[in-house]
Design a binder for this molecule. Structure first.
Ligand code: C2E
Ligand code: CA
Ligand code: CA
Length: 872
């Protein structure tokens, strides 16, 4: 769904991000700074470590070098001492050879031991390339030397070479030592077979006068130093090498020998350090040359560093000088060697920092999630709530503020739910009685209809239902006589009775019912899932029995009737049709007498239509002259003379024939037509009376009684109309008597009183019609200017039948006597009734016994003869 609000929400920064980002940033800054500081300290540490390390290696190299070179020094010293003591004499070849063999075994690092003297004589022992020993001896006869091959035990096996030209005294090593008179190191030199770089130490043997008598020489292979350097292990790639100040390599920790085989002569030649196959040695040497031009300038240890392939190279150069040696020990170590250790530290730090950062971020995310989750939940619940899901509640989070928020939300949701529920309840219930209202019932009815139609479609046993409309008989009268408060109380009581009727065991078990109030005094009952039509009749009777008991109105017991119209389920599908039909049935029930029920049949609908039709016809009846007035005399039974006439409307319709007032008067009341008809009757009756008075003087003391509808009475211009008719018809108001019913008190009591008093003032008389059938308090008899009470004909009719009626009639007569009111007995049909009434002092009577209502002409005839009862 493309909800505009949702879109807006999408553009907003999520709360989680707002919480997490600064948090994580902070952590990253702290961790970054820590890392940077540790890295910087690492650099410093590297420099310090490199320096310490170089010094350490340097001292170890120098130590080893000294140790190694000392062997040569020691051996030459021993041999010189031995010669002086006479333990070693080069003339004695055999003994000298044994001595040297023993010494060779003792000092395995030596590659050669030689003793040469001035006599001359010469003994030398050296190792060959095959590892065998070669003995060189001076041969007096030859004036030169012979090389012998020796076996393992030191026995001569063969002569390997004879050199007659060799005189050691002419050799550099010998002469320089004699000349110097002091021991000295020779320059390193290469031997051819085997090719190796060696160095020899030469110590002169001086006589007592200080004259050189011979030289003791010891030769060392420098490869031993290379071996040592190689074993020194300067990290993974660190190098250490020794070079002469001319740049010639002496020894190195690389596998390469410090010499190379010349491609031209096939002989070994010295190797410059700057030509080493090892990059580190080559570049370091070049760097040294660049810095120091002359390497002999370096007189003290130096620590340097330079960039090699973008990596720092730590260099230490230390001069090594003694007895003719001028060497440099060079250590070159790349920074990475130290970084290894330092980096490990840094890496650990960084790893720890990263771990801390990750932990912090994850914690941050989790916490923000934990915080935001309830907010999310609230938002979602609010969404759901707004879309109608009222059950939405959220668990209270542990954070205090969020818990408060959740609590507030839950309270709000609860309140919304209750208010919506009460709204819903109010929308579907009648506030006065608590029963369903019209809307609710209509929807229930619709459901019943749908079920019924569906059941019919599936050819199941049809699901029968019935709609009952219950209307209180003449409730309006109660409402208006006692006030709305009482009316309401009565309705509540009726509702209670109805409810209990359907909740009781008898009906509640067999019928599903919904009771509703439709407004006013109309109740609708929907009986659903009815298995048997008889059940409905039975239920209806039971409902009507509810009205057998009196209703208690403020301590006053009142009997009240109700009528019911019933409609059964049919193929109709609109609730309003059912209600209309039930209403028609109700109308029929009422028309046939109150306190009854009727079941709807389509014929009734035509009755109703007929009624409507009749209403329309009645509207035209007046202008068509179909209406007339009959007059029924009222007789003074003490003198048997006519004392008054009652004007009664008649309708003769060309199609319907004579229509009874009992039928058309209610229609006229309902349609309001009664007002117009009423005025017409009053005018006609007055005119008639006037004409009779003009003809018959007896009529001058008689009254013309005209029925007055309460609707007519309540008209605003009522008095004006009456006055106008009195004026126009010129009838003496004394001769007019208006028959009112108690229902006129239904209207504003004050207005009623004013109107009645005004009528009285005019001289018009007032009569209460159908007295004894209403409900109002008798106090109006005092308040209002009443002249006559007309006892309802139902009491007269029952005079011989019911004691109650006799008592009522007697009471009314007594009441009339006490209040000084005339009493007229209506509907007198027998002489017994007349006698009974006469015995109890009733003065006036009206009834078929004396005369039916007659057309004016017929009465005219009667009047013309005599106005005496004897002539009737
Ligand atoms: P109501 O005012 O009580 O009129 C008397 C009714 O009793 C008349 O019925 C009359 O024919 C009938 N009646 C008279 N004597 C006897 C008798 O001995 N036995 C029996 N069974 N009935 C008797 P009607 O003319 O059919 O009128 C019925 C009602 O229609 C009247 O009752 C009155 O309430 C109303 N009505 C008739 N004409 C008018 C009228 O012009 N205006 C108004 N507002 N109502 C009228
Ligand atoms: Ca009447
Ligand atoms: Ca009457």
């Amino acid at each position: 769904m493309n909800h505009p609000e949702r879109n807006i929400r999408n553009h907003k920064i999520p709360l989680r991000l707002i919480l997490v980002v600064p948090f994580v940033l902070q952590i990253l800054i702290i961790v970054g700074l820590t890392g940077w500081f540790s890295l910087r300290n690492g650099q410093k540490a590297i420099n310090e470590l490199a320096s310490l390390w170089r010094e350490e290696i340097d001292s170890r190299v120098k130590q080893e070098l000294t140790n190694h070179l000392n062997t040569a020094k020691l051996v030459t010293q021993i041999n010189v001492d031995m010669m002086r003591l006479g333990g070693l004499d080069p003339k004695n070849h055999k003994r000298s050879t044994d001595y040297l063999l023993t010494q060779f075994q003792q000092f395995p690092t030596l590659s050669g031991i030689t003793i040469g003297t001035e006599q001359p004589n010469y003994v030398g022992l050296a190792r060959s390339s095959e590892g065998t020993l070669v003995l060189t001896l001076w041969n007096q006869d030859l004036g030169g030397v012979i090389d012998y091959n020796l076996d393992e035990s030191g026995e001569i096996t063969s002569i390997s070479k004879i050199d007659t030209d060799y005189d050691h005294r002419k050799r550099d090593w010998y002469s320089s030592a004699i000349k110097l008179g002091q021991p000295l190191w020779q320059e390193p030199y290469l031997t051819i077979n085997p090719p190796r770089l060696v160095i020899s130490f030469d110590r002169p043997f001086l006589d007592s006068r200080g004259q050189g008598q011979g030289v003791s020489d010891a030769e060392l292979s420098l490869s031993n130093i290379s071996d040592f350097l190689r074993n020194l292990q300067i990290g993974q790639t660190g190098k250490v090498y020794i070079l002469e100040n001319n740049g010639n390599l002496v020894a190195s920790s690389t596998s390469q020998e410090p010499f190379q085989i010349s491609s031209s002569s096939d002989e070994p030649i010295r190797l410059q350090a700057s030509q080493s196959s090892d990059v580190s040695i080559r570049k370091t040497t070049n760097y040294l040359f660049k810095i120091f031009e002359n390497l002999s300038d370096i007189q003290a240890p130096q620590q340097l560093d330079f960039k090699l392939k973008s990596e720092r190279q730590f260099v230490q150069v230390t001069p090594f000088q003694e007895s003719g040696l001028d060497w440099l020990v060079v250590i070159a170590v790349p920074e990475s060697e130290f970084l290894g250790a330092i980096e490990q530290n840094t890496r650990t730090t960084i790893a720890l920092c990263s771990f801390a950062a990750i932990v912090a971020s994850v914690t941050g995310i989790l916490i923000s999630r934990w915080l935001v989750k309830p907010i999310h939940a609230i938002a979602e619940s609010a969404d759901m709530l707004s879309s109608g899901n009222l059950q939405q509640r959220i668990a209270e989070p542990r954070a205090k503020e969020l818990a408060t928020l959740a609590k507030a939300f839950n309270q709000m949701a609860g309140q919304i739910q209750t208010s919506l529920q009460s709204l819903e309840y109010n929308a579907l219930h009648d506030p006065l009685t608590g029963l369903f209202n019209r809307t609710a019932l209509q929807s229930k009815l619709q459901m019943a209809i749908d079920r019924s139609i569906q059941a019919a479609g599936e050819r199941e046993v049809s699901s029968l239902f019935a709609v009952l409309i219950l209307d209180l008989d003449e409730f309006k009268l109660v409402n208006d006589s006692f006030g709305h408060l009482y009316g309401d109380r009565l309705l509540v009581e009726v509702a209670q009775r109805l409810r209990s009727c359907f909740s009781d065991k008898q009906l509640g078990n067999v019928l599903t019912s919904q009771v509703a109030r439709f407004g006013g005094d109309e109740f609708v009952i929907l009986l659903d899932d009815v298995s048997d039509v008889d059940l409905i009749r039975q239920a209806t009777r039971q409902i009507l029995e509810l009205f057998d008991r009196p209703f208690d109105l403020n301590g006053m017991e009142i009997f009240f009737g109700a009528s019911i119209g019933i409609v059964f389920s049919s193929d109709e599908d609109r609730p309003e049709h059912y209600l209309r039909d039930a209403d028609i049935a109700l109308y029929c029930a009422k028309r046939d007498g109150k306190g009854k029920f009727e079941i709807f049949n389509p014929g009734m609908r035509s009755n109703t239509i007929e009624r409507l039709h009749l209403g329309n016809e009645l509207r035209r009846a007046l202008s068509k002259g179909e209406l007339s007035i009959f007059y029924q005399p009222i007789i003074d039974i003490t003198s048997s003379r006519m004392s008054a006439f009652e004007a009664l409307m008649r309708w003769h319709n060309p199609i319907h024939g004579k229509v009874s007032p009992a039928e058309f008067i209610p229609i006229a009341e309902e349609t309001g037509l009664i007002v117009e008809l009423g005025w017409w009757v009053l005018r006609q009756a007055c005119l008639q009376m006037r004409s009779w008075q003009q003809k018959y003087s007896a009529c001058l003391s008689m009254s013309m009684c005209v029925n007055l509808s309460s609707k007519q009475f309540s008209q605003i211009d009522f008095l004006d109309r009456v006055k106008q008719i009195l004026r126009e018809t010129e009838i003496d108001p004394d001769n007019l008597k208006l028959e009112i019913t108690e229902s006129i008190y239904m209207h504003s009591a004050v207005a009623t009183e004013i109107k009645l008093r005004e009528l009285k003032r005019l001289g018009v008389k007032l009569s209460v019609d159908d007295f004894g059938t209403g409900y109002s308090s008798l106090s109006y008899l005092y308040r209002f200017p009443i002249d006559t009470l007309k006892i309802d004909r139902s009491f007269i009719h029952n005079l011989g039948v019911s004691d109650d009626s006799s008592i009522i009639v007697e009471s009314i007569l007594l009441l009339g006597e006490k209040l000084g009111l005339d009493v007229v007995a209506e509907g007198v049909e027998t002489m017994e009734e007349v006698r009974w009434l006469q015995d109890r002092g009733c003065k006036n009577a009206q009834g078929f016994l004396f005369s039916r209502p007659l057309p004016a002409q017929e009465l005219d005839l009667l009047l013309s003869e005599t106005v005496s009862i004897d002539n009737l």
